[in-house]
Design a protein around this ligand. Structure first.
Ligand code: CAA
Ligand code: NAD
Length: 296
């Protein structure tokens, strides 16, 4: 364990629920906040299911599941996070929404609370600068699905103090993760390389180079990747991927980061991937099939 005792997670969507689960399972008292009861309950139920599955598979003792669930509190009230030692923000990839949130947290949290963002592509420096504690602000970038993926990118801005960086790094390690140190460039290490690849796959499809299934099969079997780029895009969320591409393009002004027209249209049409049941694939049946939006 690190010197941190109580963890606050903001957002109980795809990422927040995974982070909250891992935090509680690692022995931390954990409070997770959502915007309304419906979304909160959906997130908490998903955590319960994941932990139950781990018990069924013999990977977790039932008593450890119960202890993890007892350490996890869900709330819709930001005030319930006022006494956390570290806050991990995992809400929508929008700088203004994140800055508003950190402003409110800054007013209520004690001086020694570390603030961190799970942002994929936004500038951590900008978020830190919008608070009174840029020296106690880091990026903590987890990967999807959080309970399985070992990596956490720990992002140090020019203003982050050594003590804060070391605490955050030790905290990530205490979650059973492998932390790596990153500078505050848009996309850090992994998304700097992964996002252009995913966008290029969409462009390859737009150019008629192959079908969705063939490009996925090609990259999966040809490179040994666990998922092809379209299944992975659906897994990340095409809304999130679109926001990330816009942000990275704005940062680097290079075409390889620009969202392809098809991605923009899928985002606008609500084809946001696996979390809504449809994206490049339709997930309503037993096996995913290419969705009607991209079927030729
Ligand atoms: N949540 C939690 N656990 C999950 C899960 C989910 N959504 N999906 C699968 N798992 C677990 C399973 O329970 C299983 O656990 P055990 O090994 O303990 O039994 C394990 O993952 C393997 O699952 P499966 O055997 O069912 O399936 P698989 O072998 O195909 O693995 C996968 C699933 C781990 C998701 C694998 O396909 C994979 O690694 N895919 C690539 C994921 C990836 O690249 N993630 C990074 C996305 S980019 C990002 O996160 C950064 C960003 O900012 C956008
Ligand atoms: P998501 O849409 O699944 O979940 C976001 C959740 O945050 C929603 O449930 C929303 O209701 C909630 N929310 C919004 N404003 C809130 C507030 N003020 N307080 C509490 N909850 C609030 O998105 P996600 O995929 O979990 O992504 C969240 C963050 O993590 C983004 O910054 C994203 O870039 C990053 N990220 C995503 C992935 C991925 O693969 N999806 C991987 C790593 C990092």
């Amino acid at each position: 364990m690190s010197d941190i005792q109580k963890v606050g997670v903001i957002g109980c969507g795809l990422m927040g629920r995974g982070i909250a689960q891992v935090s509680a399972a690692s022995g931390y008292e954990t409070v997770v906040r959502e915007v309304n009861e419906g979304l909160l309950q959906a997130g908490l139920e998903a955590i319960g299911k994941q932990l139950n599955r781990a018990v069924e598979k013999g990977k977790l003792e039932a008593a450890d599941r119960d202890a993890a669930l007892a350490r996890l509190i869900g709330t819709v009230s930001l005030e319930d996070l006022a006494d956390c030692d570290i806050i991990i923000e995992a809400i929508v990839e929008d700088i203004e929404v994140k800055k508003d949130l950190f402003g409110a947290l800054d007013r209520q949290c004690p001086e020694n609370t570390i603030f961190s963002s799970n942002t994929s592509s936004l500038t951590v420096t900008e978020m830190g600068a919008s608070t009174s504690r840029p020296d106690r602000f880091v990026g903590l970038h987890f990967f999807n699905p959080v309970p399985i993926m070992k990596l956490v990118e720990v992002v140090r801005t020019g203003a982050t103090s050594d003590a804060t960086f070391d605490r955050a790094f030790a905290f990530a390690r205490s979650l059973g993760k492998v932390p790596i140190a990153c500078t505050d460039n848009s996309g850090f290490v992994v998304n700097r390389l992964l996002v252009p690849y995913m966008l290029d796959a969409i462009r390859a499809y737009e150019e008629g180079i192959g079908s969705i299934e063939d490009i996925d099969t090609g990259m999966k079997l040809g490179c040994g990747y666990p998922m092809g780029p379209f299944i992975l895009g659906d897994f990340v969320g095409l809304d999130t991927l679109y926001y990330i591409a816009e942000i990275m393009f704005d940062e680097y002004r290079e075409k390889r980061f620009a969202p392809p027209p098809l991605l923009k249209r899928m985002y606008l049409a609500g084809y946001h991937g696996r979390k809504v049941g449809k994206g490049f694939y339709d997930y309503s049946g037993d096996e995913p099939v290419v969705s009607e939006f991209v079927r030729r």
